[in-house]
Design a protein around this ligand. Structure first.
Ligand code: KIV
Ligand code: NA
Length: 274
């Protein structure tokens, strides 16, 4: 299993870091088999897996259940778990208790926190010994304030602020930074400026690594893809085809066949039917 040190080394040597979100046992198992460097149990769970309209409805209990399932599926992969909405904005004491649910109870190797206003918490968790991934740019937990999911840091003052925030994440102890939906030129600047790896999503090719949402990447139950997603598969086509065939087979009495069926000894059949 790769560690935080390996990710720093990968940045230094120019090897891109691959990350994918997963939320359950089979997705984790297949992602580990495919050889990703890092798994994110993202709170995108709420949208792609649980069907909510935003991530703000995801609870710590949800994250613990799903992180544990991912651990069982990918026991040899570095797992980052998202701290869900409003679980790390209170007192240090309550924030730390919440982080420990993911790190200690669920067994995540790191936690991820969104936004520029949580530097104190990044420092607290890191000092405690919990590796932290920061997340800047588009921060979906702020959707109520932002109003829409859109590119961040396009204007000069916004870009300047993002650069400062990114530096502060590193100073506060984050071992990696996720940048979501920012112009590629800004990503390149920040990745050069920081010594910790920058993992991009909708942030261009110059990040030190990339992350995509599992369902988007394999084409599983999603109707609309953001501009930054490349669908590498279309498993939903296969799934619907399989289920349709099953429905037809049952209706037309083609399934189950003899080879899917249990039987009894002749003498018992005779007794039963006389
Ligand atoms: O929850 C998530 O999937 C994420 C990634 C988009 C980085 O935070
Ligand atoms: Na997230």
């Amino acid at each position: 299993m790769k560690t935080t040190k390996d990710f720093l080394q990968m940045k230094r040597s120019g090897e891109k870091i691959t990350m994918i979100t997963t939320y359950d046992y089979p997705s984790a198992k297949l992602s580990e088999k495919a050889g990703v460097d890092m798994i994110l149990v993202g709170d995108s769970l709420g949208m792609v897996q649980l069907g909510y309209t935003s991530t703000v409805y995801v609870t710590m209990d949800d994250m613990v259940i799903h992180t544990k399932a991912v651990k069982r599926g990918a026991p040899n992969t570095f797992i980052v778990a998202d701290m869900p909405f409003a679980t790390y904005h209170g007192s240090n004491e309550s924030a730390l208790r919440q982080a420990l649910r993911l790190y200690q109870e669920a067994g995540a190797h790191a936690v991820k926190v969104e936004g520029p206003d949580v530097m104190e918490k990044i420092q607290l968790f890191t000092e405690t010994g919990i590796p932290v991934v920061a997340h800047l740019g588009l921060t979906p937990q702020q959707i109520g304030i932002l109003g829409a999911y859109k590119v961040q840091g396009k204007e000069w003052t916004e870009a300047q602020k993002l650069i400062e925030d990114a530096k502060n994440c590193e100073k506060s102890g984050a071992f990696s930074l996720v940048l979501e939906c920012v112009p590629r030129q800004l990503t390149k600047w920040i990745a050069n400026e920081l010594s910790i790896p920058v993992i991009g999503i909708g942030a261009g090719v110059d990040a030190d690594g990339q992350v995509l949402v599992y369902h988007d990447l394999i084409g599983y139950g999603v109707d609309r893809l953001a501009k930054f997603v490349k669908p590498y598969g279309n498993v939903q086509g296969e799934i619907v085809k399989a289920i349709k065939t099953y429905v037809q087979d049952v209706k037309s009495v083609q399934f189950p066949e003899e080879r899917h069926t249990y039987t009894m000894k002749e003498e018992v059949i005779d007794q039963l039917y006389g």
